[in-house]
Design a protein around this ligand. Structure first.
Ligand SMILES: Cc1cc2nc3c(=O)[nH]c(=O)nc-3n(C[C@H](O)[C@H](O)[C@H](O)COP(=O)(O)O)c2cc1C
Length: 176
């Protein structure tokens, strides 16, 4: 699939049909996420996947209630974290005006690769920013120095939503 088509066609999916996601497919998705640029190539994003029936239900119960409803039948949940306090800093610990901001920036670049690759593989995705972080960290035994960023639902889309309206280019662009 042309990258440009994936960018144009991908949508957030909030209704899924039952499906089975394979471990090899998860690894392929992560390999694309891993190709994303990162601060000084620090590669701080990490991934925790709920794949079994039991793990998926456990993860789903840790989402905000409206996200729980939207993710029935998903084949996998991918939790992304960042190793905190590395991206955005030089070796002396000196940072930028964004503080820790670049660690989430790096995570976002990786997630965009992942969801576009998922689209090419025939999967729908939903990025979710509302969940019980403490409960998810306990579930996967995520180390203290990692922050959960988003949970991504991955499955077979059971709807075909239109693109939500975007702001006009003139509203967001300044050129001198
Ligand atoms: C950081 C982030 C958090 C999001 N959290 C949620 C969420 O908790 N629940 C949800 O249904 N959508 C969530 N979304 C999806 C956005 O609502 C969606 O990307 C946006 O409306 C544009 O639609 P599109 O993805 O179909 O282009 C999130 C997206 C991002 C980037």
């Amino acid at each position: 699939m042309e990258l440009i088509n994936a960018i144009n066609e991908r949508r957030s999916i909030r209704k899924y049909a039952p499906c089975v996601v394979k471990m090899e497919e998860i690894k392929e998705l992560i390999s694309y996420a891993q190709k994303a640029p990162s601060w000084k190539n620090s590669q701080t994003p990490r991934y925790y996947v709920a794949l079994s029936d039991e793990a998926r239900e456990a993860l789903r119960s840790r989402l905000a209630s409206f996200n729980m409803e939207r993710t029935e039948n998903v084949g996998a949940f991918i939790v992304t974290t960042v190793v905190h306090g590395i991206s955005g800093y030089n070796r002396d610990g000196e940072g930028t005006h964004l503080g820790n901001g670049f660690e989430c920036f790096d995570n976002g670049l990786a997630v965009e690769n992942l969801i576009l690759k998922a689209h090419e593989m025939g999967y729908g995705t939903l990025i979710m920013g509302l969940y019980d972080e403490k409960a998810i960290k306990e579930m996967f035994k995520i180390p203290e120095n990692e922050n959960v960023v988003v949970v991504i639902a991955l499955g077979k889309a059971d709807i075909s939503p239109d693109m939500p309206e975007r702001k006009s280019i003139d509203d967001i662009l300044t050129v001198l």
